[in-house]
Structures are given as C-alpha cells and as structure tokens.
Design a protein around this ligand. Structure first.
Ligand SMILES: Cc1ncc(C[n+]2csc(CCOP(=O)(O)OP(=O)(O)O)c2C)c(N)n1
Length: 344
C-alpha cells in the first residue's frame, strides 16, 4: 500500500490555528483520516443494510468532527472513561476499535467484542476499551456515568468520566437528576450533548424552550458551552479545558453542547423524508463536517488534493478488507444464547 508522506513544516506554520492549540500537522491528518474512515464505514454499512446483511444502523454522519475532536482531546489528557451513546462510531475508532470490530458488531457475528453478536450495537463492555455503552434507554446513561464518577472520586482515582448523549436524551428527567447531583458533589465528569436538533422526528423547539442546551449548566452550578461541532479546533479546546477542570482540586462538571447535524435518517429503519423538507436537508448537507475540515486542511497547506486521494484510497482498501473478513466470521452458536443472561 502506498504510504502517506508527511509534508515538511511550512514557514507560516507557527501561525496556523491548530498550532496555537499544540496540534501538529500530522495529528490533523490523522484526525482527518479517522473522520474519512468513520464516514466510509458508515456509508458501507448503509449499503450492507440495504442488501439485508446488516440489520440496523444508527448513522454517525454529521458528528464526525465533534466526536473525533472530543476523543482526541480526551486521549491527549489521558485517564478518561467513556459512557458513550449509539451514534459515536468515530469515538470508538479513536479508542482503538478496528474497522473489523465495527463490521462484526453490525453483522452480529460472534467475534463482536462488546456483546458477542447479541445486539444492540456495541451495547455492553469490552475490557480492552475504556468505554461502556450500557443502554439504549435515552438519558439513562447520565445517571450511570455520574455514579461511576462518584465512585472514582470516593476511591481517590484520577479518572475523568465523559458521558455523551443527544438533545433527546437531555430532555429526560434522569439527565437533570444526574447533572444536579454531579454539580452538588463536584464530580469529575464532562457532560457532552451532541445536539442535532432532533429526537427521531421531534424537533428541538418541541423538547425545550431554549436555543442553547448549554444554558442549563449554571442552574446545576457548573459552566456550560455551546460549541459548533464542525469546528474541530473549538471542540478540542473545550473538551481539553473541561477535562482539566474535572481533574482540578475545586473543579467539577462541565456541560459541552456540540451543535451538529444529522445527515441521515435517525436509523436505517427510519425515513426522514416524512418530517424533513428537501430544503432543510439541503441546508443540513451544507454543514457536512468532512468538506469543512478538508477545506481547512487544503487552505492551510496541511494536505494536497493528491494526499487526500491517497487517504480516500487507503480507507476504501481497509473497509473492503474488513467487510470481506467480517463476512467470513462465524455467527454466534445458538447453544450460547443464554450466556451472560442473568435473572434474580
Ligand atoms: C426513554 C426512551 N424513550 C424513547 C426511546 C426511543 N428512542 C430511541 S432513540 C430516540 C431519539 C433520541 O434522540 P437524541 O437523544 O437527540 O439522539 P439522536 O438519536 O438524535 O442522536 C428515541 C426517542 C428510548 N430509546 N428511550
């Protein structure tokens, strides 16, 4: 496979916005490659779903830059534990899951590291990865994550918990209980809302009377920031600061609201043409994070068109290999159906 050559530092490099955040050109290329990989996997999974091979898909298209940037900051800071929701495929790639891991989980094959092909996607825990995806009951993970953060603080551990959810999740009672409790006890937790302005078909204006979810944070006694999720540098900056705050002596929680778009229907079972106009979808597509990030890289001389084509080709090859390998993986043995099922 052809190798991507790093470009030599340019004379203007000291003044580039990502350098001001101590993010190097090669790190920016890695982040871009991960975003392209996440998008490519998502597109392949849609095709496999339409072929009847992959039963269900909750698309990540539209939140790639927010999820990748957020994970990058957390990995740089270190010592973070994640309670993430179903849509965060880019985070899972950043945490070390391979394209094959992603594929076998979607196929429901036995090699699925999180729940051995039981579905729902990635629900469960793989000891290899610092991440729990505990439930599809929206909003519930905030309480679980807050309990985990309380445990970390009580045991004197240095861990910071990052919990992600959607605007719909934030409309549940549990979200308020969790944030209120975390504020009282100054827990080491970062609440991350991916606000795509829809809970399936219910628009934000029917879920809450405010424009910015982050405005709730002062009511819980901690800061909140509303951030353009397409601005990866702003995402990195705010996540970094929130983790540092969580870890500092008199710190505590932060609420980060990443404004993102949902470029696809809610899941592969949904048809968003029933509740979104073509004009709205057109506007949403204009905020696609991939072209926005690519333009930044081209404009600042971090990437050339040729390098971009190479990245796209490498990603396609990885996805082809993962798809082929996943097809060959065995299905779960029916005799193991009741493994890991407990009843009181
Ligand atoms: C308590 C609860 N109510 C309803 C559902 C059905 N449901 C599944 S996903 C979803 C929308 C969630 O929207 P949001 O939290 O904004 O996340 P998004 O899918 O938009 O990223 C709903 C209502 C659920 N899973 N749990």
């Amino acid at each position: 496979m052809a190798q991507l050559k790093e470009r030599p530092a340019t004379s203007h490099s000291a003044s580039l916005p990502h350098h001001d955040l101590s993010v190097s050109d090669s790190q920016m290329l890695e982040l871009y490659s991960k975003m392209v990989l996440a998008r490519g996997l998502d597109e392949r999974l849609w095709a496999l779903n339409r072929q009847g091979k992959v039963p269900l898909l909750a698309s990540c298209q539209g939140l790639e830059s927010a999820s990748v940037g957020n994970a990058f900051a957390a990995l740089q800071e270190g010592g973070c534990f994640f309670f993430s929701y179903y849509r965060e495929l880019p985070l899972r790639l950043m945490l070390g899951l391979s394209p094959l891991d992603i594929m076998v989980a979607h196929y429901g094959k036995a090699a699925d590291a999180f729940n051995a092909g039981r579905q729902f996607l990635f629900q469960g825990y793989s000891p290899k990865h610092p991440i729990i995806i505990n439930s599809n009951v929206v909003g519930s993970s905030l309480c679980h994550a807050t309990g985990y953060a309380l445990g970390c603080k009580t045991l004197g551990e240095d861990t910071v918990v990052l919990v992600s959810f959607g605007d719909g999740g934030s409309s549940e009672g549990e979200a308020h209980e969790a944030m209120n409790f975390a504020g009282i006890h100054k827990l080491p937790i970062v609440f991350i809302c991916y606000n795509n302005k829809l809970a399936i078909s219910v628009p934000q204006r029917k879920q809450m009377a405010i424009d910015n979810l982050a405005d709730r944070a002062p009511g819980y006694g901690f800061p909140g920031y509303s951030i353009d999720g397409m601005d990866i540098l702003s995402v990195i900056k705010h996540t970094r600061e929130a983790i540092q705050r969580a870890r500092s002596k008199d710190g505590g929680p932060t609420l980060l609201e990443f404004k993102v778009e949902r470029l696809k229907p809610h899941t592969s079972d949904d048809d968003d043409r029933k509740y979104r106009t073509p004009e709205e979808l057109d506007l949403v597509r204009r905020r696609d994070p991939l072209p926005i990030f690519r333009s930044y890289l081209l404009e600042h001389g971090v990437i050339t068109d040729e390098q971009d084509r190479l990245i796209q080709a490498q990603v396609k090859e990885k996805i082809d290999q993962a798809t082929e390998a996943a097809e060959k993986e065995p299905w779960p043995d029916p005799s193991t159906l009741l493994n890991h099922v407990y009843s009181p």
